[in-house]
Ligand binder design. Structure first.
Ligand code: HEC
Length: 166
């Protein structure tokens, strides 16, 4: 089995990088994701603190499309675990916080990183990393080297969640 966890890649990056540079990056609280972004088909993105400030596509997502992705039982699967303001959707999940108010609790940048990879905040989370291709076990062939959601879909979901205000 190939193990290319992002943590492992980061450890390798740190091992090869002069200490002063590591310290400078840590000070700036910026850890660029230099790992196999291109070869994996992921667009490179920069994590600042607990957030990814820049859109993965360089453009703002579409909230209506994002709503459809979140509610879709095949694409986002969010309602497997979450409930939310979707009066017409039956059988919503109760394994995760209600998505109502998510846009008040988190900035778009914070939401972006939580959808990209929730395990950065809780290593034991059951929430799938939607924009990561390494460290995924038991994924079907069609998902290998392909994130669950595309950069465009991530931005659509972020745009939708941002509209969920208390
Ligand atoms: C398999 C279960 C599962 C799925 C599927 C899932 N999540 Fe989560 N999500 C969680 C859990 C559990 C948490 C609570 C924090 C943690 O444990 O990571 C969470 C946390 C969150 C949070 C932060 C919640 C808050 O307001 O405090 C957001 C936003 C979120 N998820 C959005 C989504 C979206 C959007 C999708 C679909 C694209 C999704 N989640 C799919 C389980 C899931």
């Amino acid at each position: 089995m190939r193990m290319r966890g992002s943590r492992q890649s980061r450890a390798k990056f740190l091992a090869r990088t002069p200490r002063f540079l590591v310290a400078a990056l840590a000070l700036a609280n910026v850890m660029p994701v230099l790992t196999h972004a291109q070869s994996d088909g992921l667009r490179p993105f920069t994590v600042v603190g607990d957030a990814v400030p820049d859109s993965l596509t360089g453009a703002k997502g579409d909230a209506a499309r994002g709503r459809a992705i979140v509610a879709d039982r095949q694409v986002g699967l969010c309602l497997l675990c979450h409930s939310g303001p979707f009066p017409q959707e039956r059988f919503q999940g109760n394994l995760a916080p209600d998505l109502a108010g998510a846009g008040s609790r988190w900035s778009e940048a914070q939401l972006r990183l939580r959808i990209i990879d929730a395990s950065r905040f809780n290593p034991d989370t059951i929430m799938p990393p939607y924009y990561r291709v390494d460290g995924l076990n038991h994924v079907s062939v069609s998902f290998r080297n392909r994130p669950i959601l595309s950069a465009e879909q991530i931005e659509d979901v972020v745009a939708f969640l941002a509209t969920l205000r208390d």
